[in-house]
Design a protein around this ligand. Structure first.
Ligand code: GDP
Length: 303
């Protein structure tokens, strides 16, 4: 991800090398090229406009520091503005003051929620937490089993409804009831974090939103995380907005950052939704997962 954007920006900065001072025309030309690079990377238009406007303004008005040449000065500005649109500070998980911390995952089917649930559980385990996974996706055939398999891979127990007590849903059981009972179970078994995997659909629909909102209301999560596939480009931003309106969430998890999509979703989502990207998932391995660090991501783009 970001390979084309990185190359594009590098070319733009190359054109400034050796210049003693940037003219108005140099700044305009650079701003134009940054604009094209971002649009080609599929960054949402309002975000591109704001970004380019800020870079231009600062390039014009800021004193060039003695230690930097004009090209380096522009790179520094672009880096700082990238950090800003990526959310600034790293947003860390907020743990409950007492009782288990409840994390609820929401997102479309295929976003990588079930995989992410296990990755997050492993990450928490590595921080000396004792997480429990909850299978509240009772819609998709095999979702419960998939979570159980993933839970086993990372050595984290999975709370799931008993199969066979069918109430017209795939696996049997009511996802709201499963979620509610899981909190009791976590308290009994002294798990300090509960990760609830909820059902996704192929597209946004009212029933999906209602079910997620019902689970949210029933368990009052400390964090609702919206999980989204970064490979789906501008659709990621549209979906993020729909979930924000329909369910609401505290933070975003970007998955499949290892893909070769153009990366625009990662750059747009914070500005468009106002919600921080908290975690990034970047591969099929359970360890391909970490907190999202805006400064590191900006450095990677400008590397
Ligand atoms: P869910 O429907 O949202 O629960 O999605 P899944 O967890 O089943 O993931 C859908 C597919 O995406 C699976 O084939 C996963 O292996 C794959 N996947 C999930 N996360 C990543 C990731 O970060 N990178 C890559 N390359 N594939 C991923």
């Amino acid at each position: 991800m970001f390979a084309t954007l990185s190359d594009r920006l590098a070319d733009t900065f190359k054109n400034l090398r050796g210049k003693g001072r940037l003219s108005e025309a140099d700044i305009d030309a650079t701003a134009r090229e940054i604009r094209i690079a971002l649009l080609e990377a599929d960054v949402a238009l309002p975000v591109v406009k704001e970004f380019v406007g800020a870079v231009k303004e600062r390039a014009r008005s800021e004193e060039v520091s003695g230690a930097l040449n004009p090209a380096q000065q522009i790179i520094k500005i672009v880096h700082e503005e990238l950090v800003t649109i990526l959310g600034g500070e790293t947003r860390r998980l907020r743990y409950a003051k007492s009782g288990p911390t409840v994390i609820m995952l929401a997102g479309l089917q295929g976003a990588g929620k079930t995989t992410l649930a296990a990755k997050l559980a492993l990450w928490l385990k590595d921080q000396d937490k004792t997480p429990m996974l909850v299978a509240a996706d009772l819609q998709r055939p095999n979702a419960v089993q998939q979570l159980q398999v993933n839970g086993e891979r990372v050595g984290v127990p999975v709370f799931a409804p008993e199969p066979g007590n069918a109430q017209g849903v795939e696996h049997g059981g009511d996802p709201v009831d499963v979620a509610r009972r899981s909190i009791e179970e976590a308290k009994r078994k002294l798990h300090d974090v509960v990760i609830i995997d909820t059902a996704g659909r192929l597209g946004v629909d009212a029933e999906l939103m209602k079910q997620a909102a019902d689970i949210r209301d029933a368990v009052q999560p400390d964090e609702v995380l919206f999980v989204v596939d970064a490979m789906i480009g501008q659709d990621a931003v549209t979906t993020a907005q729909a979930f924000l309106d329909g369910v609401g969430y505290d933070g975003v998890v970007l998955t499949k950052l290892d893909g070769d999509a153009r990366g625009g979703a990662a750059l747009s989502i914070r500005s468009i939704t106002g919600k921080p990207v908290m975690f990034a998932s970047s591969g099929e391995k359970m360890t391909d997962f970490d907190l999202f660090h805006p400064d590191r991501m900006a450095s990677r783009i400008l590397d």
